[in-house]
Design a protein around this ligand. Sequence first.
Ligand code: SF4
Length: 177
Amino acid sequence: MNRELFARKLSELPVYIYDFFDPRELEFSERIRWICQTECPKYGTTWACPPGVGTVPECREKCLSYSQCLLISSIAEVEDISDIDETLATRPSHEELTEQVAALLRDQGEQPYILSTQACAICGRCAILDGQPCRHPEKMHPCVESHGINVVPILERLGLEFQFGCNVVTWISLLFF
Ligand code: SF4
């Protein structure tokens, strides 16, 4: 991979921060999975969420089958971060950005495995609810938390800032390659 060329192309996108690291540095935790299970209304409703993504050890094995990980982040300012509709309205831009970064990796001959934000919303009704396989596995990106990943330790270790004030939304994606 031509890192210099990649970094130049990446600088043309609205990526706020990014860094590369070894996937083995990630912290996988059953506690994060427990939060999905007990607090997220999307649990079990899409293939991008647990338990459809597999167990935490299976997710870990999948992530560690890649030698590198690229973390990207974008931010968006909102009027009121407690307004969930307003906050979620900033998500599609980050998803689009994640696809653009993935395209840059593909241009370099990589086939990234992508974890992104929240549950998949590509189809009106997810196929998992009808016991069918995912209709768009190539476009569907499970959320980071679905794999039991606690992203805070790696952000801290890399020295990447991720809190910018009370009304700034920080979105994060991980691209394994
Ligand atoms: S692409 Fe469709 S079938 Fe696949 S996870 Fe998303 S909503 Fe479900």
